[in-house]
Design a protein around this ligand. Structure first.
Ligand SMILES: [Zn+2]
Ligand SMILES: [Zn+2]
Length: 373
């Protein structure tokens, strides 16, 4: 079958022909429809990240996925041919207490694998085989946006973690000053935009920042969901002196991350999701003032990565709510769908104004059985 291959730690990407995965007992064979492309794919292709499965000279790229069930091994229940499915990404180490209880996103040993990223083949291929535990069934109505479910799961976890820390303080019912929580989202790529949508659904007043004017698709969508857009190309003073209860960071920029700490209000929480380049030169910060303010303000900085199945499921519920509240808005985040043959262009060039680029592996007609939605 066709597959997009990388050979970490070497840079580069190629279209290859690899063996079809066999349907093993207890598993499900899935035909891939679409794969989203994100910064992690770019990092893998540039050789900064990623690992082939042991014994294989290559890694099949791709972790953001949507497919249709082609075949179900006998005895497997809950899936039928034609079902839309999204596969989760991380496979637990099987040793630590978190991986043993389906929370591999909190793995303590670091011995997990991640499909399309580290130690396990990904989804940019005609087919894959997976066990039901790692497959999330998607309702047909969510077909246009379901390729966003994996990045959304990362957002769901980040927002949930931030909220858990905010919930340290007792709520103060009726206090007008705390009635509407405020959030700052740094970055208007797919993660930042999805975070904005989720936070609006959770009742937050949201300001989202990037380095662009009002002419972008992101700015338009922010307006549609009732969030404020601020262009900070000229500096963070574009925000005035506003501070926030919750700050979600989705850029991986070290300099920006430190400046976000200043934007925390009393008892505020900063959740970091972007992955900075560890090779960046040391940043100079006023450490004393920074740490003092964190202590005196009861503030917290939390890192959040990956997501377990729970967050895929809450993401599915939110995708439905997005469509109810802002019909047609979330699908516009998939701003470019390109055929598989154009993988090199899609993977190596970033079209300005694109929120999420998607590679169409196979058109739906090739996979949907007759009579399926
Ligand atoms: Zn991704
Ligand atoms: Zn583990």
């Amino acid at each position: 079958m066709r597959a997009i291959l990388v050979r970490p730690p070497a840079a580069g990407v190629e279209l290859g022909d690899v063996p079809l995965p066999a349907l093993s007992p207890g598993s499900v064979r899935v035909g891939v429809l679409e794969c989203g492309v994100c910064g992690t794919d770019h990092d893998i292709m540039s050789g900064r990240y990623g690992k082939a499965p042991s014994g294989d000279p290559y890694l099949v790229l791709g972790h953001e996925n949507l497919g249709r069930v082609l075949e179900v091994a006998s005895g497997v229940t809950g899936f039928v041919r034609g079902d839309l499915v999204v596969a989760t990404v991380r496979r637990g180490c099987g040793r630590c207490r978190f991986c043993r209880t389906n929370r591999s996103d909190f793995c303590e040993t670091g011995l997990y694998t991640e499909r399309g990223i580290s130690g396990a083949h990904g989804f940019m291929a005609d087919e894959y085989v997976e066990i039901p535990e790692y497959l999330v069934r998607v309702p047909p109505s969510l077909r246009p946006v379901a390729v966003l479910l994996e990045p959304l799961s990362v957002v769901e976890k980040a927002v949930f973690q931030g909220q858990r820390v905010l919930d340290r303080k007792e709520p103060t019912p009726g206090d007008p000053k705390t009635a509407t929580p405020t959030a700052l989202v740094a970055g208007t790529g797919a993660i930042g935009m999805l975070a904005t949508f989720v936070l609006r659904v959770r009742g937050y007043e949201v300001v989202a920042i990037d380095r662009h004017g009002e002419e972008t698709l992101a700015a338009t969508l922010l307006g549609l969901v009732g969030a404020r857009h601020a262009n900070v190309a000229g500096g963070m003073q574009a925000l005035g002196d506003q501070t926030f209860d919750l700050v979600i960071e989705a850029t991986g920029s070290v300099a920006l991350d430190f400046s976000l700490i200043d934007r925390l209000g009393p008892n505020g929480v900063l959740v970091l999701t972007g992955i900075p380049d560890a090779g960046e030169p040391p940043a100079s910060v006023a450490g004393g003032a920074l740490l003092r303010d964190l202590v005196l303000g009861n503030q917290a900085i939390v890192g959040s990565v990956n997501a377990n199945r729970t967050y895929f499921e809450s993401g599915l519920r939110d995708l439905t709510v997005f469509e109810e509240r802002w019909p047609g808005a979330a699908p516009r985040m998939v701003s470019a769908r390109r055929p598989f043959e154009e993988y090199r262009t899609v993977l190596t060039s970033r079209t300005p104004g694109t929120i999420k680029s998607v590679l169409t592996v196979r058109p739906d007609g090739a996979l949907a059985p007759p009579g399926s939605p």
